[in-house]
Design a protein around this ligand. Structure first.
Ligand SMILES: NC(=O)c1ccc[n+]([C@@H]2O[C@H](COP(=O)([O-])OP(=O)(O)OC[C@H]3O[C@@H](n4cnc5c(N)ncnc54)[C@H](OP(=O)(O)O)[C@@H]3O)[C@@H](O)[C@H]2O)c1
Length: 274
């Protein structure tokens, strides 16, 4: 998996600590962006059925010529496909669009508690895992009560909970619940969609280290053990975001970024999103 550090999931599978996110990249631009990311050295790609760009990811994977075993591909089952049979069908459709016969990580995109289907959906993910169609299964946007309900089934504990985490929204309770259950926290919108990059505290730390604000924020994440999946369509930023494993923030610098918590959620609240 190249020079990127890996994190070992609760079933022994390893995942690169940084991946390339493709949310909001239009289908027509996705293959080029993913190709740039693979050339820069990313080996983990995070997409979702609802991003409508899995085919573009697949196109880039096919032309890149990187051995399949060196890649880590994540996609997610969308809310309207929740349910046991529906999820199995959604998995087949996603893998077909991606052009792969197995996935590395499949996630339930949102708990959508009002639909009341995430436990049945989880059982379908367990079936895909048992059948060898996916190497690890997990969830996204699960609050501690949703995660505990899955763990209480007594089967597979999710390997990952992909949640919104950045300096302005740190979700410490959710991170603690993940850690307690042995679930790795993967931070989505790790840069708060660039919203925290102009913060004076981040800028000062970046100047002191001769780094960019994005590198400082990503370093703050990885130094605390989280997986990050920043998105960019800009080649220089795609490369820049990967160069975060050759410097270190001090305890005081980590604390200065921790202090930026402001309940700054950019996405919907998991209890209300359907
Ligand atoms: N599970 C979920 O519900 C969920 C929800 C949201 C996102 N995600 C995942 O998380 C990934 C990342 O989240 P995100 O795309 O919302 O936000 P993000 O990665 O926090 O931020 C992306 C934005 O930051 C800019 N940017 C990236 N690197 C930069 C740099 N070095 N300097 C300055 N600006 C930079 C990008 O601009 P340019 O592209 O113009 O360069 C883009 O506008 C997504 O792609 C997706 O895979 C998951």
């Amino acid at each position: 998996m190249g020079d990127t550090p890996v994190i070992t999931l609760n079933n022994g599978v390893t995942i690169p600590q940084i991946g390339f996110g493709v949310f909001q990249i239009p289908e027509a631009q996705t293959a080029a962006a993913v190709t740039t990311a693979l050339e820069a050295g990313y080996r983990s790609i995070d997409t979702a059925a609802i991003y409508h760009n899995e085919s573009g990811v697949g196109e880039a994977l096919k032309s890149a010529g990187v051995p399949r075993d060196d890649l880590f591909i994540t996609t997610k089952v969308w809310n309207t496909d929740q349910g046991y049979d529906e999820t199995l069908r959604a998995f087949d459709a996603s893998t077909a669009r991606l052009g792969v016969d197995r996935l590395d990580l499949y996630l339930i995109h949102w708990p959508t508690p009002k639909r009341g289907k995430y436990l049945d959906t989880w059982r379908a993910l367990e079936k895909l895992l048992a059948d060898g169609r996916v190497r690890a299964i997990g969830v996204s946007n699960f609050l501690p009560e949703h995660l505990r309900a899955v763990a209480d089934l007594g089967g597979t504990v999710p390997a990952v909970n992909q949640i919104e985490v950045h300096p302005a929204l740190q979700q410490r309770d959710a991170q603690a619940a993940n850690a307690e259950l042995g679930v790795i926290t993967e931070a989505w919108s790790p840069l708060a969609q660039a919203g925290v990059l102009g913060d004076p505290a981040v800028l000062a730390i970046a100047t002191d280290h001769d780094r960019t604000p994005a590198q400082v924020v990503l370093r703050w994440h990885v130094q605390q053990g989280r997986i990050v999946i920043p998105k960019s369509v800009t080649p220089s930023r795609i490369a820049e975001n990967l160069r975060i494993f050759d410097f270190e923030l001090s305890a005081d610098e980590l604390a200065a970024i921790d202090a930026l918590e402001s309940d700054g959620r950019t996405g919907p609240h998991p209890d209300h999103f359907n």
